[in-house]
Design a protein around this ligand. Structure first.
Ligand code: TRP
Length: 364
């Protein structure tokens, strides 16, 4: 048994700073904590196809991008198994049996599904696969007997539903095979939702307000220089607002006192800068220039590592292949336990065969 992590991302785009503070950084810490017996990180291509059925090329292109992002952030394939969801057929099998344990009404009540359906404007044309993805996500988690699922708050209803499925399974087929998972939420608020460079609530590809982990230093600079600040802070002497000012939100998420010592010794810490800004007399450009240095402190090593990995793409696919093979081994074991509990393991069930033989003999 032990402590097992499973988490993952839909490969619908390159990963950005929001992913980094919201999940990637934490995953690397968890991976290196030595507290987990096994770690699975899944590239959820099959889930991504539930609302991208007509665009498989997009998913295909982004699998390698996401893998490069993982590895360049410090996910170490010796410690974490990175795998591709669609290559684990056991996940489909388990989902198929889970479907009998969940009602349509229960899926309709899932708040995440509800809001995603609204956001995608599906109206009456919701793909069945999309509608049922909480069931498939429960399979993702339970096939690996994950105890711990690091996710954002938006995924809480998924975890709740996964636990319900485990309880239903236990009721019907017996306990001891599947494990009820617990979520592990980001440890602070800024990390759960980094705003976009335009000040909008969230970094999102469609809004074009993201700083990607793979952006060049030049792109990072341009994006930061055009970032949303306080629209009423017109002249340098004007008092400025810190709240809702993206530059300060990013500094909250990324800057440390050491950064001040290294890059901006006029101030000891972020609070001093905030106080000055609120009093008036501190211009946006100075703060943005500092933010660029702070971000580059994180991004530069990631970018360098990514460039190296890009030189050996077949090697990256090999890492995914090995992670997938490992995951399949674990998944096949769980599925076999599930099928015996459900008594659908006919050919391995010698007792069943003997009992049937007996039954028909007695009928003669
Ligand atoms: N739904 C998750 C997301 O959109 C991705 C995902 C799929 C996942 N299966 C999972 C996350 C299982 C955690 C556990 O980000």
């Amino acid at each position: 048994m032990g402590n097992i992590i499973l988490t993952g991302d839909r490969p619908t785009g390159k990963l950005h700073l929001g992913h980094y503070v919201g999940s990637l950084k934490r995953r690397v810490e968890l991976q290196n904590s030595g507290e987990y017996d096994d770690i699975f990180i899944m590239i959820a291509d099959a889930q991504a196809l539930t609302d991208n059925a007509d665009n498989p090329e997009k998913i295909r292109q982004n699998i390698i991008e996401v893998a490069l992002d993982y590895l360049s952030c410090g996910i170490d394939p010796k410690k974490s198994h990175i795998f591709i969801q669609s290559q684990i057929q056991e996940l489909c099998e388990l989902s198929f049996y889970f479907m009998n344990l969940v009602t349509v009404a229960r899926l309709q009540r899932n708040p995440t599904v509800k809001s995603e359906i609204k956001a995608r404007d599906f109206q009456a044309s919701i793909p069945v696969g999309f509608f049922t993805y909480p069931i498939s996500q429960a399979a993702d988690i339970t096939l690996f007997k994950a105890t711990t699922v690091p996710v954002g708050e938006d995924q809480l209803p998924m975890l709740e539903q996964a636990r319900e499925i485990v309880r239903s399974f236990d009721n019907v087929y017996g306990e001891g095979i599947l494990v009820e998972p617990k979520e592990l939420l980001p440890d602070n608020k800024i990390c759960s939702r980094l705003p976009g460079t335009d000040g909008k609530a969230k970094m999102s590809k469609s809004l074009g307000n993201c700083i990607y982990l793979s952006d060049s230093a030049k792109d990072v600079k341009t994006k930061v220089m055009s970032m949303f600040t306080d629209p009423d802070h017109i002249r340098i002497e004007d008092p400025g607002k810190v709240e809702g000012n993206s530059v300060f939100t990013y500094l909250d998420a990324f800057s440390t006192d050491e950064h001040f010592e290294k890059f901006w010794p006029d101030y000891k810490n972020l609070q001093e800068v905030k106080d000055h800004y609120m009093r008036g007399g501190l211009g946006d450009v100075k703060i943005k220039k500092f933010l660029i240095k702070v971000l580059e402190d994180t991004l530069e090593p990631i970018r360098t590592r990514r460039k190296e990995l890009e030189q050996d793409i077949p090697g990256v696919y090999q890492i995914l292949k090995e992670g997938t093979e490992y995951a399949r081994g674990v998944g096949a074991q769980t599925l076999s336990e599930v099928k015996s509990a459900m008594q659908i393991n006919y050919f391995d069930d010698e007792e069943l065969i003997a009992a049937q033989a007996e039954k028909f003999k007695n009928q003669q």
